[in-house]
Design a protein around this ligand. Structure first.
Ligand SMILES: Cc1ncc(COP(=O)(O)O)c(C=O)c1O
Length: 389
């Protein structure tokens, strides 16, 4: 079986050493030494001054919205994981969608201004698949209209923009360290800001609003993370360069093998330090995509329609037509990509896909593949192989 992703696991002995130290100290959570060490090493690795390790990437988004006191409307992308929209709604704000660029699949800055109203408080954009948004254009619009900017950088570990970590941009950037991400702490996430006051505010909010053992500086909840997740982070940080290298070489191999496929890949935006976090393929037709998924599943190879559907069709938002996103989300699939994926498995995946394409003309298939895939997705045995949610 080849799943769409497999978590990277460090050497068990290395993790065990950290576990032994936790047992010795009996300090499990609440700002422990491993958590502090992890935050410090993360800052060093990313070259960033201010960050907080939090419970997950969804909480990081909620914290960012809360800490910036956002209200009213937040302009956002319809092409992202559901948490980008659900955090906006959860925090009592209204998502206002702006369609995506047809080449990068990130929010299209040229369409943002038309969506701004007197109620708009911020722009929340996702660097889709780790590919940076047009940060300069977004910041220029935000400055002109007095809007805050949050970046959902859940896919971005290891991506740089203009020689700095992409997490440095916006009023606040967030990320996820979920087990499916190329760098992970099993569950976890982080917020990043260049503003030390904002960091202090978020540090309080992550810890019940405490400013001391018996004092409170404001409203807070529990968004802390713990020693065990920090231990996994410390182990994985040692391998992250190797992980990034491997992903790059697998991705380049995919591009090479799939050069004759009737499909497109996202155009990388200033891609010098791109992290190759996913391998998305935009098929020329939905029909070809479903035929490929079908054949791959027969060989127990599982891809993921990521992101589908367009967030602007969620049951708790005002539905808005997003022509580019609606089209892209119907035809895009992420192929398997993970550290232990072998080149021979990758070659097999590409062979199956190309065989489907090349047989297409000779033997037209009945278009019941769509229903077949939906039916398969309803099967928990298969669903389990899809990424995680
Ligand atoms: C774009 C995006 N935003 C937010 C999240 C949420 O992160 P987490 O699963 O850590 O809550 C994810 C996770 O898959 C994501 O892909």
């Amino acid at each position: 079986m080849i799943p769409v992703t497999k978590p990277f696991l460090p050497k068990e002995e290395k993790f065990q050493e950290y576990l032994d130290s936790i047992w010795d100290r009996q300090w499990l959570t609440n700002n422990g030494p491993l958590l502090n060490d992890f935050e410090l090493k993360l800052k060093e690795y990313l070259g960033i001054d201010h960050l907080l390790f939090v419970s997950n990437g969804t909480f990081a988004l909620q914290l960012a919205i809360k800490a910036l006191n956002l209200s009213g409307e937040i302009i956002t992308t319809p092409f992202s994981f559901v948490a980008t929209t659900s955090s906006i709604v959860w925090e009592g704000c209204k998502p206002v969608y702006v369609d995506i660029d047809s080449e990068t699949f990130n929010i299209d800055p040229s369409k943002i201004e038309a969506a701004i109203t007197p109620q708009t408080s911020a722009i929340l954009a996702t660097h889709v698949y780790g590919n940076p948004c047009d940060i300069d254009a977004i910041q220029e619009i935000a400055d002109r209209h007095g809007l805050k900017v949050i970046y959902d950088g859940a896919h971005c570990f290891g991506t740089n923009y203009k020689n700095r970590s992409v997490f440095e941009y916006g009023d606040i950037s967030t990320t996820s360290f979920h087990a499916t991400k190329l760098f992970h702490t099993i569950e976890g996430g982080a917020v990043f800001t260049r503003n030390p006051e904002l960091l202090k505010k978020m540090a309080g909010m992550r810890n019940f609003g405490h400013s001391g053992p018996d004092t409170f500086s404001g409203l807070g909840v529990n968004g802390k993370n713990c020693e065990f997740h920090a231990a996994m982070g410390l182990c994985n940080l040692e391998s992250v360069d190797e992980i990034l290298e491997k992903r790059k070489s697998l991705s380049l191999h995919y591009y090479d093998r799939l050069s004759t496929l009737k499909a497109r890949f996202p155009k990388l935006n200033r891609s010098k330090d791109y992290n190759y976090s996913y391998f998305p393929v935009l098929f020329d037709s939905e029909e070809l995509m479903f035929k490929c998924l079908d054949k791959l599943e027969l060989s127990k190879i599982y891809c993921r329609r990521y992101f589908y559907p367009s967030l602007s069709t969620l049951p708790y938002v005002d539905h808005t037509a997003m022509p580019v996103c609606d089209d892209v989300s119907r035809r895009i699939v992420c192929l398997p990509l993970y550290h232990s994926l072998t080149v021979s498995d990758l070659d097999l995946i590409c062979r199956i896909i190309l065989r489907v394409q090349n047989n297409q003309k000779a033997k037209p298939m009945v278009i019941d593949a769509y229903d077949g895939i939906i039916a398969n997705n309803a099967n928990p045995a298969i669903n389990g192989h899809y990424i995680h949610k």
